[in-house]
Design a protein around this ligand. Structure first.
Ligand code: URA
Length: 287
């Protein structure tokens, strides 16, 4: 039977769809209409008001709203390509000149998307761009970046062979720690980058990156020294052979600059990664 939708509900639905489209989510599945209609007859206003909330809380009532939640595995625009270069281009386009969180009006010069080899097996994820990254538009180009380059070299690789990104893509004012809301707003794009690149291994640099990726609140001591099975939430690779990456946690290079005694601990983490990837440390320079 055809259902009539009030102009208000139509507008609310259109707003919600636009919101998901901005995140690059285009395909939706409908819930069982009988469940939704049963709820509608109880309290139709609840649907409208909840739909206006960009991030509704998962109460029982909200869960039964039609077109309320995105599907478990949303289909993004890049789902049609197997080429990671093309996929990253689409994700960058969807990001646009992002104004989704407050950071766009707090002094950021540019968005720092990510850099490196889109076909790599190894991805590093840091926290947020700093002043140098904000100016150059590339992650890890300041002092911490130089140390990261040395860490990558010590693994027998060049910076250009790996992919480097951050949890958030805009510099927080005075390099403050990113707010949870900023991480949550930005992370769908990182998840899509990971699903496009399909790395074998991800190294989370520091506690902020590790806690955000793993959605846990543990100390570095508890996080390091083991593997995690990492599936990018809400993003799907179109390679049926790739469903997850192995994720390891190590110290952030900026922390190692402050406390160089921890470098040997970080080296243990990197050796664990090298073993997984079958990498050998380069021979020492004879001089
Ligand atoms: N620190 C980070 O976490 N990321 C950068 O890009 C630079 C410094």
């Amino acid at each position: 039977m055809p259902r009539t939708i009030s102009p208000e509900l139509r507008r609310a639905l259109a707003d919600r769809l636009r919101y998901y489209n901005e995140l690059g989510i285009y395909d939706f599945y409908r819930r069982d209409l009988r469940v939704a209609e049963a709820t509608a007859s109880v309290d139709p206003m609840l649907q409208i008001s909840e739909l206006r909330d960009p991030m509704p809380k998962r109460t029982a009532a909200v869960q039964s709203v039609v077109v309320d939640s995105p599907p478990e595995v949303p289909s993004h625009r890049e789902a049609n390509t197997t080429d990671p270069v093309a996929a990253l281009k689409i994700i960058r386009e969807d990001l646009g000149d992002c104004t989704r969180c407050v950071l766009h009006k707090q002094g950021r010069k540019q968005i720092v998307f990510g850099v490196g080899n889109p076909r790599t097996e190894l991805m590093f994820v840091g926290e947020a761009p700093g002043a140098d990254e904000d100016i150059q538009g590339e992650p890890f180009v300041g002092r911490a970046g130089q140390l990261l380059n040395n860490m990558i070299k010590a693994m027998g690789l060049e910076r250009e062979q790996v992919y480097i990104a951050n949890i958030i893509k805009c510099r927080p004012p005075s390099n403050r720690t990113p707010e949870r809301e900023e991480c949550e707003t930005c992370s769908p794009f990182l998840m899509r980058q990971i699903a496009a690149i399909k790395p074998k291994v991800i190294v989370a640099l520091g506690a902020v990156a590790a806690k955000s990726l793993l959605a846990v609140n543990e100390s570095m001591a508890n996080l390091r020294g083991r593997w995690y099975d990492f599936r990018p939430a809400g993003a799907r690779s179109n390679d049926p052979n790739w469903t997850s990456a192995k994720l390891a946690v190590t110290y952030h290079p900026a922390f190692l600059l402050r406390d160089p005694r921890q470098k040997k601990e970080a080296w243990k983490d990197l050796q664990m990664v090298m073993k997984e990837l079958g990498l050998k440390a380069p021979a020492k320079d004879p001089q």
